[in-house]
Design a protein around this ligand. Structure first.
Ligand code: SF4
Length: 331
């Protein structure tokens, strides 16, 4: 029996051999490695010699290996039935951090369409009527957007962090894709060994190397409109509008009118006027509070992500077991 060897330090990542052989795999830098034990069935020796001939740097070689086939098959069967292990991504990859909270608050302020910018508005005859008009304006123009802004924060969070973990994307660094790739490589190594030991090609279903654990439906829902329970979490953590009425200032305007005439100056008292004023800085504080409430609501999203990872591990383990039991019948 023969084994294929690669001297990785000689490989220049040209990719010629990986195209021609399913015993070889390119790592993310294009450097080739042997899948599994690199066992070559007698029937494939000529083919692999041709592949070795393609290598411009003589990085590939075939060595003869005496193998106790019965012992290796027993070992292989044991290896195939080992339970899968996962290294879930660190929570830093999908949890809100305090740092994010401030960052989101900043973006919220920039992107908000609320435009009350400290201009004097209307004049009122009494302090009370100016105050209640100001509060109404705050509620209608600013506070009413809190819910939508909170969801905006959650969506920004989704896009930046959670997608890498819970959503499937064929890019390196995506957790689900990484797990799929690892398992496909493992399956290929098993198939290789079985074929080498038995000397026969296994006829595999065309979808044998496909995994179906790619569901992203839930996250699409979440991006369209934050889930009901996230929205509830947001409301739970958001103070009522009245808590923010300190954003509204009510000031007295001109009290007196001064008139100059022949006999000197006279001051006539006018009807007192009041105006409301919505302070810009206070609005900034209000936005920070919105971001904070969204940050708390984001904790629900983090839990959702954890649940999604659990579901993924359970489903992929099931898929894996089916594939392995198929292969075990072929050994
Ligand atoms: S043919 Fe040789 S140099 Fe090219 S990828 Fe394969 S091992 Fe590396």
């Amino acid at each position: 029996m023969y084994k294929l060897k690669v001297q990785r330090n000689k490989c220049n990542a040209c990719g010629m051999c990986a195209l021609e052989s399913n015993v070889l795999h390119e790592d993310s830098a294009g450097i080739v490695e042997v899948i599994g034990e690199g066992i070559i069935a007698d029937a494939d020796v000529e083919k692999i010699k041709n592949v070795i001939g393609l290598c411009p740097t003589e990085a590939l070689s075939l060595i003869e290996d005496s193998i106790d086939v019965a012992a290796r098959i027993a070992e292989l069967k044991k290896k195939m039935q080992e339970p899968l292990t996962f290294t879930p991504p660190s929570k830093d990859n999908y949890e809100f951090s305090l740092e994010d909270k401030d960052q989101y608050a900043e973006e919220l302020t920039r992107s908000s369409s609320a435009s009350v910018d400290g201009d004097w508005e209307y004049n009122y005859k009494s302090y009370e009527s100016a105050k209640s008009a100001g509060e109404r304006a705050f509620r209608d123009e600013i506070y009413s957007q809190a819910d939508a802004l909170g969801q905006q924060v959650i969506v920004m969070y989704e896009q930046r962090k959670m997608n890498k973990v819970a959503r499937y994307a064929e890019t390196s660094g995506n957790y689900k894709y990484g797990v799929h790739q690892r398992l496909i490589k493992k399956l290929r190594a098993f198939v290789n060994e079985i074929e080498s030991y038995t000397g026969k090609k296994i006829s595999l279903p065309s979808n044998f190397y496909n995994f179906y654990t790619k569901d992203t439906e839930y996250i699409d829902n979440l991006q369209d409109h934050a889930n009901k329970w996230v929205a509830e979490g947001f409301k739970e953590n958001m103070k009522p509008a009245s808590e923010f009425y300190t954003c509204v200032k009510t000031d007295k305007t001109d009290d007196y009118v001064k008139v100059s005439h022949w006999f000197g100056d006279d001051e006539y008292k006018t009807v007192k006027k009041y105006a409301y004023y919505i302070n810009k800085e206070s609005i900034g504080r209000f936005y920070r509070y919105v971001a904070r409430a969204a940050w708390y609501a984001g904790k629900y999203t983090s839990k959702f992500c954890e649940r999604e990872l659990e579901r993924f591990h359970k489903e992929i383990t099931e898929e894996w077991k089916n594939k392995i039991s198929y292969l075990l019948q072929k050994v």
